[in-house]
Design a protein around this ligand. Structure first.
Ligand code: UGA
Length: 429
């Protein structure tokens, strides 16, 4: 209403005369409708803003960054440089993204143990229990690995890290993982797996020297492919989930950065990795938790009543594959953001080559935990899961010397031991 009055306020006070012309009435009606519209639009916008404020934060959001920089300063730079210091000139200097994650923690420890310089980067998001990530951080801290609290989408931070340390390699493991969660929060997959990956490759291509990049793709890229075992030559253009689609997009993005800028890039397709310090969103982990609590678990079977199976791969085998990929990675050929010649581009399956039905996984857990599970069998939901995965690893064996040695029961025994220790009250974590 005030807008109508303001609009008709005379430029010279006292000059507004009452007018009875229908044209003026018509204009006043229009203005009145317009003002109502504006009012309702404001309410609507305020309502949307309210919903936005109430909506769950993207797990990719870094709460500490919102409060101000959590990095920088000479003390911070010294910690970064110290963590990245290698023991010999032939050792690697590796930036590990997602270092507080499951695979990131194990790879960082293994690199540090053999004398490589390692700097971690992680945004400690809330996709799953941040306390577990902080406990992994303490484990790495004791081993001399510093984790920078930051996001791969932060271009200024990445540039700073490359200014402080001439990384020879980047082990890129930061990602939004999980197949089924992609239906709840699609944006976080685009944010981390696509935008974040591009931002990281931008930093790598601009760095001098350019590092060699090894990164985590996923077995899920095989999607609806039914030819087994899955070979790197098989089609990967039928993703069954948005998660798989973003990993596949990552493979294509890697191709373009290799082609344009001469970055050496190796993608590793992990097959359902499990083990100590694992991810609580994965079935073997929450089955263990629920079996111990006496809570019912749901076992999926395929829509035709057949079993659902996974090529479960033990973490130590995956770590060997990651180190093999880093050690055999050739140097990038570009410099100053310009390509100087063709560079290496590789993709490998890292699986176990022996798929196990989910019902068998549960039977092993029951045996190890000495507790009978309360089971409910349901048809696999059509939200991204695939019926089975099975890796052909001959390429990784030939080029990386990758040879998995841990069967599911042996690996789960180690996981259960860790789980019971970690979550017992006596645990010092
Ligand atoms: O290897 C991969 O590419 C992927 O492996 C896992 O994905 P997934 O194999 O689906 O692992 P889980 O979510 O732990 O599921 C394992 C199996 O348990 C089944 N499941 C899951 C949940 C449930 O309640 N019941 C159930 O039977 C699933 O159908 C699947 O067959 C990871 O979560 C992905 O991040 C990773 O990229």
């Amino acid at each position: 209403m005030s807008q109508v009055n303001e609009h008709h306020a005379p430029s010279t006070p006292g000059k507004l005369k009452p007018e009875k012309s229908p044209y003026i009435h018509h204009r006043l009606r229009i203005h009145s409708s317009l003002s109502k519209l504006t009012l309702w639009s404001s309410f609507f916008l305020a309502f949307i803003l309210f919903l936005f404020i109430l909506s769950p934060p993207s797990p990719s959001a870094s709460p500490r960054r919102a409060l101000g920089d959590s990095w920088g300063g000479s003390h911070w730079e010294k910690r970064v440089a110290k963590s990245a210091r290698r023991s010999t000139s032939s050792s690697l200097t590796v930036l590990v993204t997602g270092a507080a994650g499951f695979v990131g923690t194990h790879v960082s420890l293994a690199l540090k143990r053999r004398g490589d310089g390692v700097l971690g980067l992680d945004n400690f998001n809330r996709y799953y229990d941040p306390n577990l990530k902080r406990a992994r951080q303490r484990l790495l801290d004791r081993a001399g690995v510093f984790i920078v609290d930051g996001d791969i989408n932060d271009a200024v931070l990445l540039r700073k890290l490359f200014d402080v340390v001439p990384f020879t390699h980047v082990m890129h493991l930061a990602a939004q993982a999980g197949v089924r969660y992609a239906m709840q929060n699609p944006g976080s997959y685009v944010h981390s797996n696509i935008a974040g990956f591009v931002n990281l490759l931008e930093a790598c291509k601009n760095a001098n020297p350019q590092p060699s990049v090894v990164w985590a793709s996923s077995s899920s890229v095989y999607g609806l492919n039914s030819k087994v075992p899955f070979s790197e030559k098989d089609r990967t253009d039928q993703p069954a989930s948005l998660y798989a689609a973003t990993k596949k997009a990552g493979e294509e993005i890697a191709h373009s950065y290799n082609h344009i800028y001469g970055l050496s890039i190796t993608g590793l397709r992990f097959f359902t990795v499990y083990g100590p310090w694992g991810r609580p969103d994965m079935a073997y982990f929450f089955f263990t938790k629920d079996i111990l609590k006496g809570k019912q678990i749901t076992i999926f079977e395929s829509p035709d009543g057949g079993t659902v199976a996974r090529d479960f791969t033990y973490i130590d085998d995956i770590v060997k594959g990651c180190l093999g990929a880093l050690d055999t990675a050739k140097k990038s050929t570009g410099s100053g953001g310009k390509k100087k010649g063709p560079a290496q581009l590789r993709i490998f399956n890292l699986g176990n080559t022996s798929p196990v039905p989910v019902s068998e996984l549960v039977a092993i857990l029951e045996k190890l935990l000495k507790v009978k599970a309360k089971k409910k069998v349901l048809p696999m939901p059509t939200n991204g899961d695939v019926k089975f995965t099975h890796a052909n690893i001959s390429l990784a064996y030939r080029d990386l010397g990758y040879r998995p040695t841990t069967d599911l029961e042996t690996g789960l025994r180690k996981f259960v031991k860790w789980y019971l220790e970690f979550y017992s009250k006596k645990s010092s974590w």
